[in-house]
Design a protein around this ligand. Structure first.
Ligand SMILES: [Zn+2]
Length: 119
């Protein structure tokens, strides 16, 4: 985990310097990397929440505040992913479904994957 955080930071620091030379593609790749990193973190927290809930079910005392805290952390990560996706949309000129995250073609009134209306 720590290793991947550091790796991600190094890569994004490196990309940041280069993107100063206005390389849009690198900036997009950088954002995609950040999303991948966040999604890996999201998976880990989901798993942790699952373990805590199961421990609770087994009668081992798990402080509800701990589960609450992890859920809030998860929500923050989801928001961060949405924020970065929003930036990618601006850079690439495409949009993503706000419900399922699928890429939406310009001009579509609803998501081709889940049918959610595009505003
Ligand atoms: Zn969708």
């Amino acid at each position: 985990m720590e290793f991947f955080n550091k790796l991600g930071q190094k890569v994004s620091e490196g990309s940041r310097v280069l993107s100063d030379t206005t390389d849009k593609l690198l900036e997009i790749a950088d954002n995609k990397l950040a999303i991948n990193r966040l999604e890996a973190e999201i998976d880990e927290i989901k798993m942790l929440i699952g373990e805590l809930v199961f421990k609770n079910y087994l009668g081992k005392s798990v402080p509800p505040a701990l589960i609450q805290e992890k859920c809030e952390e998860l929500e923050r990560l989801f928001q961060e992913v949405a924020r970065i996706r929003g930036r990618l949309v601006q850079m690439k000129g495409v949009t993503y479904c706000r419900r399922c995250g699928s890429q939406v073609r310009g001009g579509d009134s609803s998501c081709q994957t889940c049918g959610y209306p595009i505003v």
